[in-house]
Ligand binder design. Structure first.
Ligand SMILES: Cc1ncc(COP(=O)(O)O)c(C=O)c1O
Length: 397
């Protein structure tokens, strides 16, 4: 086989979501788009705010010297200053543009950060259920992703995190609101995690970074707020993007913001900046960097997703499905009736419903539904969900 072993393994690991995506494409061709209920991918379906579209048109019409040229790898100074000011208001500490690097989405920011801090054999700890691609991001630089169990309500199990940290632990990743569970970690948990990390850093004589991956920060419901990370723990970095908050994942625009007092903060930004070319990103898209300054913090309306969540959650709960109501994101993470997620996802597929098995998030026994779809798709899929649960629990056919 010509393909490298590690590449083969990485492909296998991330294949569950993509497999469903490809399966969906095949089924849509065979049965017609309107007859397949695709809840597999987290691909925002609501349009970006008008402010975004207007900003892009305005910038394209403007006469700006070097509008489409390469720029400093870390991004435009005005854009970085905008993100720094925005975060200063949100996070309760002062950030400067020197603490920010603009990137091609959160995915690129995570890669650049791990490239900067990981030595071969270092590990990065994350609580399950977790975004599956973290493993690849960490392994890209010789690191090892260590997954640890969570509490029954998907909140962090701090004892499990503590037990998994050792002298080779470079970082802990948190993702709140969480993909796939939709839970938000409250301020009390962040505070407790911060003191745990301070204590372990002292004990092991190694500064452990807290990486907060926050692309869903502004998609929260019922007045829930995502607590600031930078004011809770100095050795921290926030990774984010506009993929979900502006509904523009294909435009690839995001950033990393490092706490000014984190160990080697300036060096890390320098290394991340230098690495962009070597890793093939070079710089974040020029047009998008200008557009997000114009859009000035506006986001899509999370109420649209809240409505979809309630429609889906109420219908599924009535049918007997068991889950925790998500506080944010656009995912429902549901206990697989019968306990076998792979089997149940297949049963759903017989009803032309596409879901992702929890095994794809290191949490077998559950499945994820993404509700980035029209409300009528949710409504029309409900009879299939009824058949699937009835069949599994032998109430039906
Ligand atoms: C938890 C999480 N982190 C990172 C990403 C990557 O997002 P981006 O499009 O900004 O690269 C995703 C995308 O779905 C995600 O769910």
């Amino acid at each position: 086989m010509a393909i490298a072993k590690h590449t083969h393994i990485a492909l296998f690991g991330t294949s569950l979501i993509r497999k469903m995506f490809n399966e969906g494409a095949r089924m849509k061709k065979e049965f017609g788009v309107e007859n397949v209920f695709d809840f597999s991918l987290g691909n925002p379906n609501i349009p970006p705010p008008n402010e975004f579209t207007e900003a892009v048109i305005k910038i394209m019409k403007e006469d700006i010297p070097g509008k489409h040229a390469y720029m400093t790898n870390s991004g435009y100074a005005e854009t970085r200053a905008f993100v720094a000011d925005f975060l200063t208001k949100e996070q309760g500490i002062t950030l400067e543009k020197e603490n920010i690097i603009m990137t091609c989405g959160a995915g690129a920011a995570l890669n650049l950060f791990f490239q900067a801090i990981l030595n071969v054999g270092d590990n990065v700890v994350v609580s399950i259920p977790n975004f599956v691609v973290y493993k690849t991001y960490v392994e890209n630089f010789g690191g090892v992703l260590k997954t640890v169990k969570c509490k029954d309500n998907f909140q962090l199990d701090l004892e499990a995190i503590e037990a998994s940290i050792n002298v080779q632990t470079a970082a802990v990743i948190i993702n709140s609101p969480n993909n796939p569970s939709g839970v938000v970690y409250p301020a009390s948990q962040i505070k407790a995690l911060a003191s745990l990390l301070r204590r372990k850093s002292r004990e092991l004589d190694r500064q452990i970074y807290l990486v907060s991956d926050e692309p869903y920060r502004y998609i929260v419901y019922d007045g829930v707020e995502v607590p600031p990370i930078l004011s809770a723990y100095e050795n921290s970095v926030i990774i984010s993007s506009y993929s979900k908050s502006l509904s523009i994942p294909g435009e690839r625009i995001g950033w990393a913001a490092i706490h000014p007092k984190a160990e080697d903060a300036n060096l890390i930004i320098q290394v991340m900046t230098m690495s962009t070319t070597g890793m093939g990103y070079t710089n974040a898209p020029a047009l998008m960097q200008r557009a997000i300054v114009e859009v000035n913090g506006k986001t899509i309306d999370p109420e649209i997703y809240r409505e979809k969540r309630d429609l889906f959650a109420n219908s599924l709960r009535d049918l007997g499905y068991d889950f925790i109501l998500p506080q944010g994101t656009f995912y429902l993470f549901i206990k697989a009736p019968g306990g076998d997620d792979m089997k149940f996802v297949e049963i759903l597929q017989d009803e032309k419903i596409l879901a992702v098995p929890g095994s794809g998030f290191n949490m077998p026994g559950y499945f994820r539904l993404s509700y980035c779809v029209e409300n009528q798709v949710i409504r029309r899929a409900i009879p299939g969900f009824k058949k699937a649960i009835d069949k599994t629990l032998s109430k039906g056919e």
